[in-house]
Design a protein. Structure first.
Length: 89
């Protein structure tokens, strides 16, 4: 339960994921296919494409705005089980 790696495809049909944060010590997102338009507090909005990677520690508010039809990422987190808190606009 210390670490988990998983492949993730679409969050919800036709859209992204609302503003949220994860209760993690470490979180890595690596884009395997397609692209993702996302925003991380303190970094701003960015488009991540196949081969792009971002890693961070701690709870950082983020919003995944949209993604391509073939979107797929590998996500590694520590710990394996964590809480996701959605943030009201």
């Amino acid at each position: 339960g210390a670490t988990i790696a998983r492949c993730i495809r679409k969050f919800e049909p036709g859209g992204g994921s609302k503003r949220h944060s994860h209760d993690v010590g470490f979180h890595l997102i690596y884009v395997l296919r397609g692209w993702l338009r996302t925003e991380f507090e303190g970094l701003g909005e960015m488009v991540m494409k196949q081969g792009d990677c971002i890693a961070y520690q701690g709870e950082i508010p983020q919003e995944h705005i949209e993604y391509s039809e073939d979107y797929e990422v590998m996500q590694i987190t520590m710990p394996a089980d964590y809480r996701t808190d959605f943030i009201e606009a």
